[in-house]
Design a protein around this ligand. Structure first.
Ligand code: FES
Length: 76
């Protein structure tokens, strides 16, 4: 595994989401998710923190395999 010191201008995981914030943190109330929540892990979604399918284009361009975190709620 190769670690890159981003202070030297190396690649970043987050290309442009809310760069004015010191740390991008999102809180989602589990009661608001409903039966299924789909969350972005590629950092390319226009609806971040939710997935909008942008990972497909990113994977095609970068030769990567990123995908969302899907949270489902079991029927009670
Ligand atoms: Fe980022 Fe789907 S858009 S994981």
């Amino acid at each position: 595994k190769v670690l890159v010191d981003s202070r030297s201008g190396g690649p970043k995981v987050n290309p442009d989401i809310r760069k004015g914030e010191a740390k991008v943190v999102d809180t989602v109330d589990i009661e608001d998710i409903g039966k299924k929540g789909v969350f972005c892990r590629c950092w390319r979604s226009a609806k971040f923190p939710y997935c909008d399918g942008s990972h497909n284009k990113f994977n095609d361009c970068a030769g990567d395999n990123t995908g969302p975190l899907i949270i489902t709620k079991k029927d009670e």
